[in-house]
Design a binder for this molecule. Structure first.
Ligand SMILES: Cc1cc2nc3c(=O)[nH]c(=O)nc-3n(C[C@H](O)[C@H](O)[C@H](O)COP(=O)(O)O)c2cc1C
Length: 276
């Protein structure tokens, strides 16, 4: 049950909590006293916590049974500058060559705890994570994906990317890993199969992961080929052991990069117009 309280001594009656609440759960009354809580609307609270987060005096308290710990904000309290953020985005690259050195589990857990704050539709927080830490297990997933691709080629299975399968199988047979790129770890964002926003939520969360990881010196690569296998092969899906009713939405390879990238590559010319 949602518990929302406002301490009338700490409240300076600024009304910020009232304005930011997306469901108008808080109401300013005519006497401009401490905002009132509309108990009927409280049932629709999505636990976004904006009321609590915006309050200058810390007067608002929101609690509910599923609530987790709030992470500490480290650093000097400043947001990265536009230059720093732009650099982060421009210098991020898909890493396909990794050092043979594991990333400490604690660092990956630290990243996931922050990525947990990526936005989710109606604050549904639909994204769950499955980390595959051991390199042999990542390799096993690549092997199973190749086995499925081999089967798809043999049976002439139709798939929009089936034209890539023969060369991927060939590379694997030559001792390369075109599926998981010999990455030491793999992170899977998963969610409920029948929840319509689950895929978008997962992609956003993985994008946040993709952007934060390089600040820890970690390189990432979206594991599209693994996803094809997971979407198509029941054996591959079962091997993950996800709970019933859940599905891997997308996965990401990660590890310490073998090569640092030195400059920003070209991209197609930007298509952007303001609506007339
Ligand atoms: C949804 C998605 C799936 C991808 N799947 C793969 C993949 O399976 N293997 C791979 O090597 N790269 C994969 N990539 C990486 C893209 O090839 C890469 O983002 C693109 O070439 C641009 O390079 P950059 O990420 O370094 O800017 C994927 C990227 C995205 C966004």
């Amino acid at each position: 049950m949602t518990k929302l309280t406002i301490d009338s001594i700490l409240c300076n009656k600024c009304g910020a909590c009232v304005e930011v609440c997306p469901y108008s759960i808080l109401e300013l009354n005519e006497n401009e006293e401490t905002p009132a809580i509309n108990q009927e609307r409280l049932a629709y609270c999505i636990h976004c916590g904006h009321c609590e987060a915006v309050c200058p005096g810390g007067a608002v308290q929101l609690d509910y049974p599923e609530a987790g710990e709030v992470p500490d904000i480290k650093g000097n309290g400043k947001l990265p500058s536009p230059e720093e953020m732009s650099r982060q985005i421009l210098m991020r690259r898909s890493v396909r060559e990794y050092q043979d050195k594991p990333v400490p589990k604690g660092i990956l857990e630290e990243i996931i705890k922050v990525v947990h704050y990526a936005p989710t539709g109606v604050n549904g927080q639909s994204v769950h994570w499955l980390g595959i830490y051991e390199k042999e297990k990542v390799r096993d997933l690549a092997k199973k994906t190749i086995e499925w691709m081999r089967f798809a080629v043999k049976t002439g299975m139709e798939h929009p990317l089936s034209f890539t399968f023969p060369s991927l199988v060939r590379s694997w047979d030559q001792g390369l890993d075109p599926i998981c790129r010999n990455a030491p770890h793999l992170m899977i964002a998963y969610g409920k199969k029948d929840y319509p926003i689950s895929f978008v939520d997962s992609i956003i969360a993985l994008s946040y992961f993709d952007l934060l990881a390089p600040s820890y010196g970690i390189g990432t690569c979206w594991a599209g080929m693994v996803q094809i296998g997971l979407n198509e092969s029941p054996e591959l899906r079962e091997s993950l052991g996800l709970p019933e009713g859940y599905k891997a939405q997308y996965s990401m390879l990660l590890g310490y990069p073998k090569y640092p990238y030195q400059r920003v590559p070209k991209r197609n010319q930007l298509v952007f117009n303001w609506k007339e």
